[in-house]
Design a binder for this molecule. Structure first.
Ligand code: AMP
Ligand code: ZN
Length: 470
């Protein structure tokens, strides 16, 4: 079965076929680096991570470009408010962003262009638009003339004539409402509030608008037409609509074939956002002891086009799912029998998982297939009905599923340190001597250090506690 994606442009699920067979070129709107990203932003980046991983699992070569917006209204405001130079402020948050990607197990894109490294490309694109009659100048700024691009609104599905005021007037802000589609700034003339943030170019002294940044960088690095463009639903208008207008007006070619947008992460019914103040950064949560993989779980396990409401209960449930996977892996590693090789069960699980993801990344159905497999296989382990080879096969299957979801790895650091091993032995001795008070005290000590001891017929088994406090 073909891979299908819901294309915002056509509002339909479509079979996916890249322009160059076997290769996918995709562009992802990245962070504005004036602050730490919040976990709402990471819902978008994790959906894109799942998308790239699944395409790779299906054998495509993926080239993903994610930009870093290091000059834009919000960056300039942050510099003005803190007095910190743009270079150092954005550098700090870029470094933090990469750390956060690693914490959440998000695979690296092929390239992370920073907007300020592509100003000449932006200037060239604006010049092309000017030559083709799509721009006008007002007080040194250059605007895109919306009525020169009649297809405007195709992505977000509105017609300019239907808007309250029509496309009248101009807008200088990088972000504005759907109610007010207007001629937008491609190049912003210098104003004193910009401080030392400006470029002297053929277009005058000033800086690029946010929208032109993504058109220039994506076409420079992926070509004038490419396969997939992604972002959160708030990017659809005006940002992506403007990107289409700028790019297609300049080249006369279709810009992007498939537009994929994820719904917002919500908190009590409202979008998680910096401006509403209802956000958690990843760092806050990790500092408070939450397991980053549980956060990944919560962000990825709800289909990207379904509403996802963040809650601490959901994090706890995710921890339990992770724990079940760890337990399952350990049980498989302990299998010594000579029963079923699980071949059919594994094939059924992987087929169900793969076709669920092929269907517009239906991860919830994919995870359900895996949990069915875990439940059924656990029963077989209870009955001692699995061969060692079958168990090894199941572990390899989990590794393949992990390559798509990033959720099924073995615990990273399973090796039990010597001092912990020593404590487990001492507890054993105390138990044998019927000194239960001491044995319990040692167990508490181990728990505080993040280790769980289970007493099994084969003796004590020690494992790392995944749940790092709630
Ligand atoms: P920004 O740094 O504001 O440009 O946002 C970076 C990315 O995060 C964009 O793709 C946004 O669409 C996305 N985003 C922002 N808030 C949320 C949210 N609450 N849920 C999901 N994605 C979001
Ligand atoms: Zn963008």
């Amino acid at each position: 079965m073909a891979i299908r994606f819901y294309n915002t442009l056509t509002r339909a699920k479509e079979d996916f076929a890249p322009l160059a067979p076997g290769e996918v070129r995709m562009y992802t709107c990245g962070p504005t680096v004036y602050n730490f990203a919040h976990i709402g932003n990471f819902r978008a980046y994790i959906f894109e991570d799942l998308l790239r991983r699944h395409l790779k699992y299906r054998g495509f070569k993926v080239t993903q470009i994610m930009n870093l917006t290091d000059v834009e209204d919000k960056v300039i405001r942050a510099c003005r408010e803190t007095g910190e130079p743009r270079e150092s402020l954005t550098k700090r948050y870029i470094a933090a962003f990469f750390e956060d990607l690693d914490t959440l197990g998000i695979e690296r894109a092929e390239q992370y262009p920073a907007a300020t490294d592509y100003v000449p490309e932006m200037v060239a694109l604006i010049k092309t638009l000017r030559e083709r009659g799509h721009t006008y100048e007002h007080r040194g700024s250059i605007y895109f003339k919306l009525d020169t691009f009649p297809q405007y609104g195709r992505l977000s599905h509105f017609r300019i004539e239907d808007l309250k005021d029509g496309a009248s007037g101009r807008v200088d802000l990088d972000e504005y409402d759907p109610e007010s589609a207007k001629d937008f700034a491609l190049w912003k003339a210098y104003v004193p509030e910009d401080g030392d943030i400006y470029w002297e170019t053929e277009l005058g002294k000033g800086r690029p608008g946010w929208h032109i940044e993504c058109s220039a960088m994506s076409m420079k690095l992926l070509g004038e037409s490419f396969d997939i463009h992604t972002g959160g639903e708030d990017n659809m208008f005006p940002h992506h609509e403007n990107e289409i207008a700028q790019s297609e007006a300049a080249t006369g070619k279709p810009f992007v074939r498939y537009w994929l947008h994820c719904r917002h992460l919500m908190v009590e019914g409202r979008k998680m956002s910096k401006s509403l103040g209802n956000f958690h950064t990843l760092r806050d949560l990790v500092e408070r002891g939450y397991n980053p993989m549980a956060i990944r779980w919560v962000l990825i396990a709800t289909h990207y086009r379904q509403p996802n409401n963040f809650s601490f209960d959901a994090l706890e449930a995710a921890n339990e799912s992770l724990q079940r996977i760890q337990d399952f892996r350990r049980r498989l590693a302990d299998v010594r029998g000579s029963g079923s090789d699980l071949r059919e069960e594994m094939a059924a699980c992987e087929t169900a998982f793969g076709s669920a993801l092929d269907d517009d990344l239906n991860v919830s159905a994919g995870l359900a297939a895996v949990f069915n497999f875990i439940r059924d296989t656990n029963k077989l382990i209870d009955e001692d009905a699995i061969s060692k080879a079958g168990a090894a096969g199941a572990l390899a299957l989990l590794d393949r599923l992990h390559s798509v979801t990033g959720l099924f790895a073995g615990a990273k650091d399973d090796a039990v340190p010597d001092e912990i091993q020593q404590l487990v032995l001492e507890r054993q001795k105390a138990r044998r001597a019927k000194n239960f008070a001491q044995a319990d005290a040692i167990r508490e000590h181990l728990t505080a250090a993040g280790w769980i001891v289970e007493d099994t017929p084969d003796g004590p088994r020690v494992k790392r506690a995944l749940e790092r406090v709630i």
